[in-house]
Design a protein around this ligand. Structure first.
Ligand code: FAD
Length: 413
């Protein structure tokens, strides 16, 4: 990285210092590139947690990032799905356990704020990453490189931009990548709960007509052995009413909605409310640009796919750029094409799948209920199908190992 006053020269600019941008920056640095990471620390996201599955944890492990989560996360060893729609075609509750596919746990659950804080600390200790605590205010994508103007007046010249700058991505807009966006009549209330009865390391997802109502295991505290994060999708008007309730009154509604499965509930800290939307992009790249995370896919938190996908975007970006000479425009174009091919199907399948699942809950139409009930019943009853679906959800075949980066990074120190 060369820095002459207000003009900085680097290999790759990573925009956005949320979870995806941080992981992308670390993966690219591990692959031997010098990285300018541009982004301010995101504001706290109250009650927001992410469940990360085994496939993602293996990728994080390859990057030396898994152990950093151990002491601040909780294992998720099973998933219980309860159809709470009152449909006449309601299937019986289904419980899926990690042991069925030979794993100790499906993954872990951790707060968004913790993951960002830990990875920001790791990025800060890596000589190949220079952090600029500001925003990019403009891009100039040209055939021979990219120039980014920062909000603090400096400029960065680089060979390529990896944009993890979220759903309103400036990089995506500047490169004129097309998007399709739509919203759902749903808001997610998120929060951390303390409850009397244990969760048994199992995520419990009640499927209601307004969307899922989910308890995900959280790490215990000395004075709170049983904790879960809550992700509760509901009509926006209901969310407004519930966000205005006194904590005890809202806790009573949570107890009732969960059919008292977890006993008495207490709300810990602040709640969050997030309108639900979906966004697909026409491509996940453009000349000298790779989009990662919510810059190229947004959907509701059913089946906990968002950041898991963002981790695969980040590692695939680093794999596509592994060993690429960033002074060679044709090599960069080929790497961008590789990235597009590697990511397209994975992102399409998850975006369409989550959209379909969410619409089937909201539909309230008998044939759709029948189909949804029959699908869950079939998945529950047919062992090989059940295990195949679990494997694809937890350790996707589309996740590619990034193992070689670690020895190279260590050798480079
Ligand atoms: C209720 C809820 C529950 C969820 N649960 C799960 C789950 O269990 N598992 C899972 O995998 N996913 C889950 N997700 C999805 C997951 O939270 C997101 O996929 C993830 O947080 C997106 O991270 P990101 O870094 O891509 O985007 P963001 O977190 O939005 O980060 C983008 C960053 O870019 C920065 N930025 C914007 N513009 C610029 C600019 N011009 N220059 C520089 N920086 C810029 C912003 O400041 C921000 O910090 C959930 C989502 C919701 C809403």
């Amino acid at each position: 990285m060369a820095d002459s006053g207000n003009r900085i020269r680097t290999n790759i600019l990573v925009a956005g210092a949320g979870a995806t941008g941080l992981i992308a920056a670390i993966a690219l640095a591990r692959a031997g590139h010098s990285v300018a990471l541009v982004g301010v620390a995101p504001p706290p996201l109250p009650g927001r947690t992410v469940a990360l599955f085994e496939g993602s944890l293996r990728l994080l492990d390859d990057l030396g990032l898994r152990d950093a989560l151990n002491d601040i996360s909780a294992d998720v060893r099973g998933i219980r799905i309860i159809d709470d729609t009152s449909s006449i075609f309601r299937p019986p509750p289904a419980v899926f356990e990690a042991g069925e596919i030979g794993l100790d746990a499906f993954g872990l659950n951790i707060t968004n704020d913790d993951i960002v804080a830990r990875y920001a600390e790791i990025a800060a200790g890596m000589p190949a990453i220079t952090r600029y605590e500001t925003l990019v205010s403009a891009y100039d994508f040209r055939g021979d490189g990219v120039t980014a103007t920062l909000a603090d007046g400096r400029t960065i010249d680089c060979a390529l931009v990896v944009a993890g700058d979220g759903r309103n991505s400036l990089a995506r807009k500047t490169a004129a990548v097309g998007v399709r966006e739509w919203s759902y009549p749903q808001t997610a209330i998120t929060g951390i709960l303390r409850h009397r009865r244990p969760h048994g390391a199992i995520t419990t997802e009640f499927h209601t007509r307004q969307g899922p109502f989910t308890f995900v295991p959280m790490a215990p505290l000395a004075d709170a052995p049983n904790r879960s994060s809550l992700v509760w999708l509901m009509a926006p008007g209901e969310a407004k009413r519930r966000m205005a309730l006194e904590p005890r009154a809202l806790a009573a509604e949570i107890e009732e909605r969960s059919h008292y499965r977890f006993g008495a509930v207490e709300i810990e800290g602040k709640l969050g409310a997030f309108p639900m939307a979906c966004m697909r992009t026409a491509t996940v790249s453009a000349p000298r640009l790779m989009l990662v995370g919510e810059a190229c896919h947004v959907f509701p938190p059913l089946a906990a796919q968002g950041l898991n996908l963002g981790i695969r975007d980040s590692t695939d970006a680093a794999l596509a750029l592994d060993g690429v000479d960033l002074a060679d425009a044709r090599a960069i174009a080929a790497a961008v094409d590789d990235y597009e091919r590697a990511r397209r199907a994975d992102i399409d399948i998850r975006t369409r799948g989550v959209d379909l699942m969410n619409r089937s809950l909201l539909a309230d139409i008998l044939p759709v209920d029948l189909l949804r009930g029959a699908t869950l019943a079939a998945v529950t009853a047919i062992g090989p199908l059940r295990r195949a679906i679990l494997r694809e959800g937890i350790t996707p075949s589309l996740a590619r190992s990034v193992g070689p980066f670690i020895p190279r990074a260590i050798a480079g120190r």
